[in-house]
Design a protein around this ligand. Structure first.
Ligand SMILES: NC(=O)c1ccc[n+]([C@@H]2O[C@H](COP(=O)([O-])OP(=O)(O)OC[C@H]3O[C@@H](n4cnc5c(N)ncnc54)[C@H](OP(=O)(O)O)[C@@H]3O)[C@@H](O)[C@H]2O)c1
Length: 260
């Protein structure tokens, strides 16, 4: 039996599409014959064929405006918006190290990037009475880590609450809104972090990975997720196969979150 995603010809924008999870989502959607645009501050070192990349800073209002304008110019509208952009560069040191400026940066990148882009692109989805919006959150919204990611965790929690509220407003108008909440993912950045920790602790790469997993309280599955595994979940959720799914959150963490 085949499992056709029925995404051929669909118009999609993937934010953060140049690396990590976003790049894997771009690849998965292209393989399903969707028409894909990808946004990041820089162009990727390995571009995927048939993808139009745009360089914009989505933590700014101007960046969101530019991205939405490009989508209308090049795709003539949109069916799928995957908000992947996010992350944290906040300093270590707990709450006292987080100035207003650090809080603003985390909120702009992890919450406002999606809020602004949704606001710019949702009207055309509502007008055509169809579309899907994905928000990539994090298990840190329910399992926050205190050392350097307090603001990131709070921003992801806000993104989840915003996403749920948005789904209530636009699902009756034909647009599905779904959250995907990953645990630790073995992206290029994660590999670099594990290698750094391994070097500091005098162990090998697997030892470095174990240090990260221990910091999360363990991963019952025994390994991080691969970017493509997260992308495959997203590809299913944006497809017509998931037509009755809206307003919910899918956790992909190998069992990391220890409660129901
Ligand atoms: N990795 C994990 O373990 C993990 C766990 C839970 C949740 N998540 C969430 O999953 C999502 C993807 O994470 P990832 O680890 O795959 O990220 P990543 O490898 O750090 O890639 C981030 C992507 O976003 C782009 N980007 C960053 N800042 C941007 C900005 N201001 N404007 C436009 N584009 C920007 C980057 O390209 P440029 O640098 O060129 O801008 C890149 O394409 C994030 O929302 C993250 O919070 C990740």
């Amino acid at each position: 039996m085949s499992f056709e995603l029925q995404l051929a010809g669909m118009r999609a924008l993937v934010t953060g599409g140049s690396r990590g999870v976003g790049a894997a989502v771009v690849q998965a959607l292209v393989e399903a014959d969707a028409r894909v645009m990808a946004a990041g501050r820089s162009l990727p070192s390995c571009a995927v064929d048939n993808v139009r990349y745009i360089a914009v800073d989505l933590s700014t209002a101007e960046g969101a405006h530019q991205a939405a304008k490009s989508v209308h110019e090049h795709l003539g509208g949109i069916d799928i918006l995957v908000n992947v952009v996010g992350g944290s560069k906040a300093p270590a040191g707990g709450f006292a190290a987080l100035s207003d400026s650090e809080w603003s940066k985390e909120l702009d990148l992890n919450l406002m990037s999606a809020v602004r882009l949704d606001r710019a692109l949702l009207p055309s989805m509502v007008a055509q009475r169809s579309g899907v919006v994905i928000h990539v959150t994090s298990i840190q919204r329910v399992l926050p880590l205190p050392e350097s990611t307090i603001a990131y965790a709070a921003a992801k929690a806000a993104l989840s609450t915003y996403s749920k509220a948005l789904s209530k407003e636009v699902t009756p108008k034909g647009v599905r809104v779904v959250r995907v909440s990953p645990g630790w993912i073995e992206t290029e950045a994660a590999v670099a972090l594990a290698e750094r920790l391994a070097a500091q602790a005098g162990t090998d790469y697997e030892g470095g990975k174990r240090l990260i997993m221990n910091g999360l309280g363990g991963i019952p599955l025994g390994r991080p997720a691969q970017p493509r595994e997260v992308a495959d979940l997203i590809a299913f959720l944006v497809s017509p196969r998931a037509a009755s799914i809206s307003g919910v959150e899918y956790v992909i963490d190998g069992g990391t979150v220890p409660t129901v």
